[in-house]
Design a protein around this ligand. Structure first.
Ligand SMILES: *Cc1c(COP(=O)(O)O)cnc(C)c1O
Length: 430
């Protein structure tokens, strides 16, 4: 504790900042904490203010929520390390020594993995939809079913994205039922229709008296079909998994099959069921992908080298059919007996009174709503979420019915000891 020298005056900002220099923050941020503490008439709070700032910095956490693609926790985890201190051949063709394209190499791998003529990578799924519409339909009409005018979250609403792309929205059908005749009536209505947009109901379900039109019949109407798949399952037959499609994938539509059925372009996120870094992928017809790449927005939406590198790694894993090399797929398909065995080990290593519990994990990020993956975890009485967040690295758990649960499906086995010691520490504090 620093005071003004015993005469009751507040300490100087600088002296106070120096007195908390053990908090691992740059000096200007310690100054901010000291200044705020003095302004609040509580110089002693400088340290806790600095620690609060420190805790807010971006850092790795252990995801024990069982939600594999948690948007708050960065969606898909990556098992990828890059020597970022080195330069890369981002826009250099090593064969010729001439300028190359940052887009081409990863996009080619993505297209190959998806069975598409061509592909383009942008910053996220929202950017992919925006660019497709802007490049293929600005100033013209795009037909969408009223059942697919969705909000994805984070402010992504189809009518608004459509408006910003410069395309005109033509709504057809109703919330629960849209027929092929609704689309053909719109086409016959004299509108200058550039495309038909289909949006996957990725984060909600319409059940009961419903009817939608599949990509196949839609694509036979004439205009190109743009299919915003969002969740990015690459292939329904999941050739990268040994055991075939898991039950929880249910009827999730996939990129390869949508293209086979006639979609001209599909868009999806790189960090949902694809299991890669945050990115958006446009895949499909060569001429339409080229139009997207030529559009001025493509330059504004282009990804950086860290993303392209991680995406390349993920695409190569798919092409090698190595689902286990993709953390999302490895975690999603770990047998529940393995999780139970790990939970027992953790309970044995936890000093607090913990127990093994059955859990239900979720894909998350608006993918596969309502579909649960059988799982196992460790539970402790009471709400220990805040105490677990204080662990290093922080452990993010779920609190349910008066129990704090660490679902192990979303925890890498190398973090099991972290979970055990965080539970022990939290249990002692409680
Ligand atoms: C998630 C999603 C998006 C947005 O993708 P981001 O990568 O989050 O920008 C768009 N459309 C659908 C159908 C989605 O599921």
């Amino acid at each position: 504790m620093v005071d003004g020298g015993g005469d009751g005056r507040p300490p100087s900002v600088d002296a106070l900042a120096r007195s908390i220099s053990d908090v691992a923050l740059p000096h200007p941020l310690l100054i901010d904490a000291a200044r705020a503490a003095i302004a609040a008439g509580d110089p002693a709070s400088a340290r806790s203010r600095a620690l609060e700032l420190h805790v807010r910095l971006l850092r790795p956490v252990v995801n024990a929520t069982g939600i594999l693609l948690h948007t708050n926790l960065g969606r898909a985890p990556l098992s990828f390390h890059r020597d970022a201190a080195r330069y890369s051949n981002l826009e250099l063709d090593l064969a010729t020594g001439r300028r190359g394209s940052r887009h081409e190499r990863v996009a080619t791998l993505m297209a190959r993995a998806a069975g598409a003529e061509a592909a383009l990578v942008v910053n996220n799924g929202a950017a992919a939809v925006l660019l497709c519409l802007a490049a293929t339909a600005a100033g013209r009409s795009v037909v969408v079913s009223r059942g697919e005018l969705v909000e994805i979250g984070g402010g992504f609403r189809i009518p608004e994205v459509m408006a910003s792309s410069g395309a005109r929205l033509v709504e057809v059908g109703t919330t629960n039922r849209t027929r092929i005749s609704d689309y053909s009536a719109a086409l016959a209505g004299g509108e200058d229709v550039a495309a038909l947009l289909k949006v996957h109901q990725s984060n909600y379900r319409i059940v009961g008296f419903t009817e939608t039109v599949e990509v196949g019949p839609l694509s036979r109407l004439g205009p190109p079909v743009i299919y915003d798949l969002g969740s990015g399952l690459l292939d329904r037959t999941v050739p990268w998994l040994k055991g075939g499609p898991p039950r929880w994938l249910a009827g999730e539509p996939a990129v390869r099959q949508s293209l086979e059925q006639g979609a001209a372009l599909v868009t999806f996120s790189g960090d949902k069921l694809f299991g890669g870094p945050q990115s958006g992928i446009i895949a499909g017809r060569f001429d339409l992908v080229a139009a997207c790449a030529r559009h001025p927005l493509a330059r504004a939406l282009r990804p950086g080298v860290l993303i392209l590198d991680a995406l390349q790694e993920t695409a190569l894993a798919y092409l090698r059919r190595e689902g286990a090399a993709i953390p999302f797929w490895r975690m999603a398909t770990t047998p529940v007996e393995d999780l139970r065995a790990r939970a027992e080990e953790i309970v044995a290593k936890t000093s607090a009174a913990a127990g093994v519990v059955e859990c239900a994990s979720l894909a998350g990020a608006g993918s596969l709503p309502g579909l649960e993956i059988e799982s196992a975890g460790v539970a402790l009485e009471g709400d220990l979420a805040a105490a677990l967040r204080c662990a290093d690295p922080p452990v993010i758990a779920r609190v349910h019915d008066g129990l704090t649960v660490c679902d192990l499906r979303s925890v890498d086995p190398s973090d099991d000891l972290v979970v055990a010691s965080a539970l022990s520490a939290a249990g002692e504090r409680a």
